[in-house]
Design a protein around this ligand. Structure first.
Ligand SMILES: [Zn+2]
Ligand SMILES: [Zn+2]
Length: 126
């Protein structure tokens, strides 16, 4: 791996490490370019793909939207998406709540959950 490639990888890893919420390609690109100005969208895609193949990065798929990316291994969690600022906030603590929704006699194996609304900042400013 060339030193240039290593710097690009490190820049993308830094972006994903410093963020609380998963990011889209454009956000990763613009933040990554602050560290490595030559970073291109094709390079970001290629490096993210490598990281996903190795299990270091996971995608978050919102219905009808392009995938977002985050570091894997953060444990089970969901997201609250703000309509207004479009930021995503991590939500935990679904265990037990979801089980109550399962019809009697059914075996739950997995679930997916998105919360939508206004974040605290947008509520205050709105
Ligand atoms: Zn908001
Ligand atoms: Zn859950």
């Amino acid at each position: 791996m060339s030193p240039r490639n290593t710097a690009q990888r490190a820049a993308i890893l830094d972006v994903l490490t410093e963020t609380e919420a998963p990011l889209g390609i454009e956000q990763i690109l613009s933040k990554g370019q602050q560290a490595v100005a030559s970073l291109s969208q094709a390079t970001v895609y290629r490096i993210l793909k490598q990281m996903m193949d190795r299990g270091h990065v996971a995608t978050v798929q919102l219905p009808g939207q392009t995938p977002l990316y985050e570091l894997s291994g953060k444990g089970h969690h969901h997201f609250f998406r703000c309509w207004q600022c479009e930021q995503m906030f991590e939500v935990t603590g679904c265990e037990g709540l979801v089980d109550q929704l399962v019809p009697r006699g059914f075996a739950l194996e997995d679930h997916d959950l998105f919360l939508y609304g206004l974040c605290a900042t947008c509520r205050r400013n709105g």
